[in-house]
Write a protein that binds this ligand. Structure first.
Ligand code: FAD
Ligand code: SF4
Length: 337
């Protein structure tokens, strides 16, 4: 690992945990630093020389702090809450099961204890070529090329890809956030802002190395889930090589407003198959105002993957993704709430 400067930002950490920002905390924002939360992505990538920050600013809450998850319209989640804390939160499990399940099915128990919500949404792709500096990679070294195209692509994306990058976004939590129209709150040296979670990640296009719309030093402080009583009918279905401790090959985050079998609103996020957290608007339109039958669910799934672009190794993904979505929709429809 390369040498780097380490600093602890105690005021900032306390502010993030409680959601109340003090002037002292604001002073600690550092555009030249990489924030360290749980470290389960950052330290991994520093060890293999993929991320090379000169300065690391530690924003983890102290041992006595319990990051806040509180009712506020819907629910507000501190960015430094651990994945485990959020997954076990009673209000989240009751009112937004899709969110709790997306966290519960991610990584391993040890990782969920360590990792934070803010770090989770900003985790980097698991594209094997991104993680191996022996290969060209436009995301790691802009303009160097993409070793994945024509290479080993089993885990990579089929939606939202570009000719410069076909990496998949690996996280689970983000699919639930995008499905529910969550918002993200941030703090930067020039002020705070709140915007749709759907605007946080950027598709690869011609600049795969620019992954988010955050400015240098901008810190995610929390996530806001809207009040959505019908989101109790929601779930996260994840298909992977192992039942635990594996990234999604395909996943579906689904929430349904179903009345007498008719869909008044459907929200769908798709994981494991796309370059960024993916909202399946086309599939939602197919379901809107219709009886949720298996045939209708299949039509929605077909619409979701109509734009898929595959490689030899991941040609199975559209079919797997369609089946995952159909199963998720039918399971959500059958939920007793
Ligand atoms: P860190 O590593 O501390 O930070 C990650 C990045 O986010 C860094 O660039 C950091 O600077 C930045 N950052 C952190 N917090 C903030 C903030 N508040 N504001 C701005 N920037 C910030 N994830 C899944 O979703 N599903 C899985 O199945 C899964 N499986 C995994 C299996 C393994 C073996 C491993 C190692 C990881 C797996 N993960 C999985 C990823 C894991 O969930 C992430 O590594 C973790 O959530 C990152 O959170 P962290 O707090 O450790 O982030
Ligand atoms: Fe890099 Fe993206 Fe190509 Fe993977 S798919 S090698 S991350 S440019």
């Amino acid at each position: 690992m390369r040498p780097f400067a380490y600093e602890r930002a105690a005021e900032l950490a306390a502010a993030l945990a409680t959601g109340t920002v003090s002037p002292a905390a604001l002073q600690q924002l550092r555009p030249d630093a990489q924030y360290l939360a749980g470290g389960t992505t950052l330290l991994d990538l520093m060890k293999i020389d993929v991320m090379r920050p000169d300065r690391v600013l530690d924003i983890r809450p102290g041992p006595a702090a319990q990051p806040v998850i509180r009712a506020e319209g819907g629910l507000w989640l501190s960015a430094v809450a651990s994945m485990a804390q959020a997954a076990e939160h009673p209000a989240l499990r009751r009112d937004y099961p899709v969110v709790a399940e997306s966290l519960q099915q991610a990584a391993s128990a040890q990782l969920r204890n360590m990792a934070t919500l803010g770090g989770n949404v900003l985790q980097r792709t698991r594209c094997p070529y991104f993680r191996d500096t022996a290969f060209p990679c436009n995301k790691r070294e802009p303009g160097s090329g993409c070793a994945a195209i024509g290479g080993v692509t089993r885990l990579l994306a089929v939606l939202g890809v570009s000719e410069h990058c076909i990496a998949s976004y690996p996280g689970d939590f983000a699919q639930a956030l995008i499905a529910l129209d969550a918002e993200v709150e941030t703090l930067a040296p020039d002020g705070s802002r709140r915007f749709p979670f759907a605007d946080l990640h950027r598709p690869p296009g011609g600049t795969p190395h620019v992954e988010t719309t955050l400015q240098p030093g901008e810190l995610i402080t929390g996530f806001r889930l809207p009040s959505l009583p019908w989101a109790r009918r929601s779930l996260y279905l994840k298909v992977r090589d192992r039942e635990s401790y594996a990234f999604a090959l395909a996943s579906a985050a689904v929430a349904l407003d179903l009345r007498d079998g008719v869909v008044h609103a459907a929200r769908i996020g798709l994981g494991g198959v796309a370059a960024v957290p993916w909202r399946a608007h086309e599939a939602e339109s197919v379901l809107q105002g219709q009886k949720l039958t298996e045939t209708r669910a299949v039509q929605a799934a077909e619409a979701a993957f109509a734009g898929a672009v595959t490689q030899e190794d991941n040609a199975f993904k559209p079919e797997l993704g369609r089946r995952t979505l159909v199963r998720a929709l039918l399971q959500a429809a059958a939920m007793e709430i």
